[in-house]
Design a protein around this ligand. Structure first.
Ligand code: FE2
Length: 139
């Protein structure tokens, strides 16, 4: 059995069923695992992760709009992205992150995936909407 940190993280990520989104989620959890095991490169990893998370959230919000999700769903989802972004900036970027801050951010991401992203994916299935391009590769 593969015991690499990224493999462990991947096992715990809820699967929403939209490949592009699931791939991004695994990547985010991979970055977080890397910070824990690669302390000397933490600033660089946080920088890359910050950009990745921003693009991912923007892609999800674009998906919500493209799939014609109801506005209250789009708004609440976007607010939760902003909450997580604040956690990221306050807890990780503005200081050397502690294990507790990393865990808190990881839990926030996993909770978001297990709730908001699951609802988004369920809506996409319900209206039979399939994203045309990968969220991270779309310009
Ligand atoms: Fe989301």
């Amino acid at each position: 059995m593969d015991q690499r940190p990224e493999a462990e993280s991947s096992r715990r990520v809820p699967i929403v069923g939209v490949k592009e989104i699931d791939d991004d989620h695994r990547e985010i959890l991979f970055f977080l695992a890397q910070i824990k095991t690669n302390k000397e490169n933490t600033p660089k990893i946080l920088d890359v992760l910050s950009t990745f998370v921003q693009k991912h959230f923007a892609a999800e919000e674009r998906l919500l709009r493209d799939a014609c999700c109801p506005k209250p769903m789009v708004d609440s989802h976007s607010r939760d992205h902003a909450r997580i972004q604040d956690l990221f900036v306050d807890g990780l970027v503005c200081q050397a992150p502690t294990c507790e801050q990393l865990d808190a951010f990881r839990v926030a991401i996993l909770d978001h995936i297990g709730s908001f992203d699951m609802v988004m994916a369920e809506w996409c299935r319900m209206v039979q909407f399939v994203p045309k391009e990968s969220p991270q590769t779309e310009s």
